[in-house]
Design a protein around this ligand. Structure first.
Ligand code: CNA
Length: 256
């Protein structure tokens, strides 16, 4: 369905009737903040690097050559300092303040849901706020690991010289908070799936735990492999910020 008046009315009525809303968010909620997604038209996977960009977050590749990841990561950390939450992040924070939104499960590693004021956020792919030495397990806070990342080609542990890795979940590693995520989504009577191609498992499997209604908002293809199209009650093909601006003309939440 296009993002039109009828769609907005239908979704507003779903939100008004819902007692427990949950969200699964993906990289698309942060593109208007200036952070590129993976698979969208300006996504990281469409850029030209010396190495296949799908290897950036591959744990086996990182173990062989961490420098490729760190080239990318330096740019990402610089971008993070500049960015601020999108209208969509702010709308979701407002829905939580209203008491209707019970939790956000995010695949993102940019902390923009927190920056927008959301409290109930599960970062299933981790984040950059802590880093760990892969040899001795020493933990590094954000400031120290950021400084080392900017100063060293490959940041190394001050104690043992091992390679330090941010606590981002790479392909090939276990996601975090899986049980808690299943629990929030299975208890929701309305689930929003936002800005995700639904191709990365196990995150893409989570919507199928929902027994309530499911609204998918995404500009571009959403895989039906893990969430069959007949399980989706409302599929909005369009820009997220535009959609939530329209929705809030009906709901009148206070956006901060
Ligand atoms: P993805 O596969 O890149 O899909 C994103 C989807 O969002 C695409 O279908 C886009 O077309 C769509 N999209 C982009 N902008 C908008 C917009 N303004 N309005 C509506 N739709 C839009 O990303 P997924 O999240 O599905 O894949 C999961 C990966 C991406 C996770 O492992 C993340 O860690 C990883 N990732 C995160 C970030 C971040 O933290 N912001 C950035 C890039 C990748």
């Amino acid at each position: 369905m296009k993002n039109n008046h009828e769609t907005i009315l239908k979704c507003a009525s779903m939100v008004e009737k819902a007692e427990s809303v949950a969200v699964l968010s993906g990289a698309g909620v942060s593109t208007s903040s200036g952070i590129p997604d993976f698979r969208g038209p300006n996504g990281i996977y469409r850029r030209k690097y010396d190495v296949d960009p799908e290897m950036i977050f591959d744990i086996d590749f990182f173990s062989r050559d961490p420098s490729f990841f760190y080239k990318f990561h330096r740019e990402f950390l610089e971008a993070l300092e500049e960015v601020s939450p999108s209208y969509t992040h702010k709308f979701l924070a407002a829905l939580e303040r209203e008491g209707r939104l019970k939790g956000i499960v995010t695949q993102n590693i940019d902390a923009l849901h927190h920056k927008a004021g959301s409290q109930k956020v599960l970062e299933i792919h981790g984040g950059v706020w802590k880093s760990t030495c892969l040899s001795c397990g020493k933990s590094y806070d954000y400031e120290t690991s950021r400084r080392k990342t900017m100063d060293e080609d490959i940041p190394r542990c001050e104690i043992c010289g091992g390679v330090i890795k941010p606590d981002i979940v790479f392909f090939g590693e276990n996601v975090k908070h899986l049980e808690a995520s299943r629990s929030i989504i299975s208890q929701a009577d309305l689930l929003f799936v936002l800005g995700s191609s639904l191709t990365v498992v196990p995150a893409a499997l989570l919507p199928s735990c929902c027994t309530g209604r499911i609204v998918v908002v995404n500009k571009g293809e959403v895989s039906g492999a893990y969430l069959p199209p007949d399980r989706i009650d409302l599929r909005v093909e369009g820009d997220l910020d535009e959609f939530f601006r329209g929705l809030n003309e009906k709901l009148n939440l206070t956006i901060q």
